[in-house]
Design a protein around this ligand. Structure first.
Ligand SMILES: Cc1cc2nc3c(=O)[nH]c(=O)nc-3n(C[C@H](O)[C@H](O)[C@H](O)COP(=O)(O)OP(=O)(O)OC[C@H]3O[C@@H](n4cnc5c(N)ncnc54)[C@H](O)[C@@H]3O)c2cc1C
Length: 266
């Protein structure tokens, strides 16, 4: 289907992008376009103005700051996969990015677009929740930084409100922590049915479960299989049933994959 007529702007700075986004009621940021253009084609979204972020160099790149990583919102999955900084500081980011969809999506799709979509089946929301990432949002005249708990507000809803822009994601230094991932997907690089990320520090595990609620569900437990399974059961998950999996099966997968993600971390 053809796109509805839409105005297009390509700013070169964050300030200019925020000014454009906040100056119009129905303006949307364009990152990799791998979700936005599809929903525009089906007319699920019909912005009047698209603000293309691809001309803003400061939004791209990965900086290692003593083991903590600052990743620009416009950094693509491909750049994360190839990054020596990621490989040294937090390789799980590359391991997960490598499994997203196909080469085209990995070349165009961005970490910022992934989390701003807040699609419960996306890979990065649970991963960033497990890693306790901090997200910086550019606003008119300033910026604010929020945790993943504050960032993910619901399905397709985040703390980036109209007229604002996600600029960067900070992943804290790993210290003695180890990270793991386990998921059940539709096909090898397909959409998640349930995805789980885990960070294990000493004998404690922080586990974030995706695809079982509107936003990632975080549980903490001792890093042994029985404690992890018990913690997931006590979370009383209420996942959706759909053509791919019943709610009961998703609940079962969540416990199995949480144990697997913790084992992967160890
Ligand atoms: C065939 C296919 C399969 C896919 N499979 C998966 C999968 O298995 N797992 C997965 O995680 N993803 C998957 N995706 C989605 C893909 O990862 C998208 O790239 C991602 O959801 C959006 O990133 P983007 O950079 O393309 O953002 P866009 O599509 O450009 O934008 C998405 C949304 O975020 C907003 N936005 C983007 N950047 C910012 C910003 N910096 N500040 C404020 N708002 C912003 C846009 O306005 C828009 O509302 C798939 C996509 C396709 C086409």
């Amino acid at each position: 289907m053809l796109l509805r007529e839409v105005e297009y702007a390509r700013p070169e700075s964050v300030d200019e992008a925020v000014r454009l986004l906040s100056g119009r009621e129905n303006a949307r940021a364009l990152a990799g376009g791998q979700s936005l253009v599809n929903v525009m084609k089906t007319r699920v979204a019909s912005p009047e103005l698209v603000v293309d972020l691809n001309g803003i160099d400061s939004l791209r790149g990965i900086r290692d700051d003593g083991g903590a990583l600052t990743i620009g919102a416009m950094t693509t999955y491909g750049a994360i996969v190839d990054s020596p900084e990621v490989a040294a500081a937090r390789p799980i980011l590359a391991e997960v990015a490598r499994t997203i969809a196909d080469v085209q999506v990995r070349n165009r799709g961005t970490i910022g677009g992934n989390v701003c979509s807040s699609d419960p089946t996306n890979h990065f929301p649970p991963l960033l929740a497990a890693l306790q990432a901090e997200l910086t949002i550019g606003t008119v005249g300033g910026e604010r930084t929020v945790s993943t708990d504050e960032f993910f507000e619901g399905v397709f809803a985040t703390a980036v409100h109209p007229g604002e822009l996600l600029t960067a994601i900070r992943i804290p230094a790993k210290g003695d922590a180890r990270d793991g991932w386990a998921s059940a997907t539709l096909g090898r690089e397909g959409t998640g049915i349930v995805s789980v990320a885990a960070t294990v520090s000493g004998s404690n595990a922080r586990i974030a479960i995706g695809c079982v609620a509107a936003t990632p569900v975080v549980v903490t437990a001792s890093a042994d299989e029985t404690a992890v399974a018990d913690a997931v059961k006590s979370a009383e998950l209420d996942p959706p049933s759909d053509v791919h999996a019943s709610a009961d099966y998703r609940r079962h997968l969540a416990a199995v994959l949480a144990a697997r993600a913790v084992r992967d971390a160890q």
